[in-house]
Write a protein that binds this ligand. Structure first.
Ligand SMILES: Cc1cc2nc3c(=O)[nH]c(=O)nc-3n(C[C@H](O)[C@H](O)[C@H](O)COP(=O)(O)OP(=O)(O)OC[C@H]3O[C@@H](n4cnc5c(N)ncnc54)[C@H](O)[C@@H]3O)c2cc1C
Length: 198
């Protein structure tokens, strides 16, 4: 925790020292900075969650002087990653899955990867462990997932494979193309249901 407190104003650091050790684990590192004299802004964004950050980035790119304020000491809102329990162990506090994040136009528009945003897609996406020590895993590889399910039921594994293939078509044909664009008229959508792989 110490390395994150280096830039705290003296007053905040003293207050932090009084928090019992147990309570300290609930505090994240602060983004508080010492006041740097009078500053003027065109826009004050209240709340540094993903939507506030995105709006602020576009406004700043348009040439406005923007400041983001947040009532917490950490930016990111519902998609923050924080060091809450053990030093060095960082985890998501709310959002845990980002399945379509790279579909968002802002992702490429703001060139987030050039700014060190990196998404990690673990081989095991979801796992369920059982009292007898066995486990079932959803991998990002369909056949590995089916193999895991077939430990318990070959029929369920085959059903999952079929479901996955249909869901993939739904994703490619309906969900992904309908995201971040104007809705397609209902009758045009109905026509798509005749897809041969559905
Ligand atoms: C339990 C949970 C699980 C979720 N899981 C997922 C998931 O897995 N995948 C996914 O994509 N999405 C998930 N979401 C949704 C995602 O977190 C939200 O869609 C996203 O955070 C909304 O962004 P936002 O910027 O509108 O608001 P928020 O992220 O809520 O940000 C609002 C910010 O404003 C600040 N604020 C509020 N009031 C004030 C004030 N008066 N003054 C100053 N600052 C203020 C807050 O501190 C916060 O930082 C989850 C949400 C929750 C609650």
């Amino acid at each position: 925790m110490k390395r994150f407190t280096a830039d705290w104003p003296e007053q905040a650091e003293k207050a932090y020292a009084f928090i019992p050790e147990q309570g300290k684990s609930f505090f994240t590192y602060p983004i508080i900075q010492r006041p740097k004299g009078k500053r003027e802004f065109d826009v004050v964004v209240i709340g540094g969650g993903p939507n506030g950050l995105t709006a602020a980035a576009y406004l700043a790119r348009a040439g406005l002087r923007v400041v983001i304020t947040d009532r917490r000491n950490e930016l990111g809102g519902g998609v923050a990653t924080e060091e809450l329990r053990k030093p060095g162990y960082r985890h998501n506090t709310h959002a845990v899955y980002m399945p379509m994040v790279d579909y968002a136009p802002a992702y490429k528009d703001l060139d987030l990867e050039r700014h060190q945003l990196e998404h990690i897609f673990p081989e095991v996406q979801v796992a369920m462990s059982f009292a007898d020590g066995s486990s079932m895993c959803i991998y990002n590889d369909l056949e590995k997932t089916c193999k895991s399910i077939s430990q318990y039921s070959k029929k369920d594994a085959d059903t999952y494979r079929e479901f996955f293939k249909r869901a993939q078509v739904m994703m490619d044909e309906f969900i992904a193309p309908s995201t971040y664009v104007q809705p397609m008229p209902a009758f045009d959508q109905l026509g798509k249901l005749n897809h041969p792989r559905l």
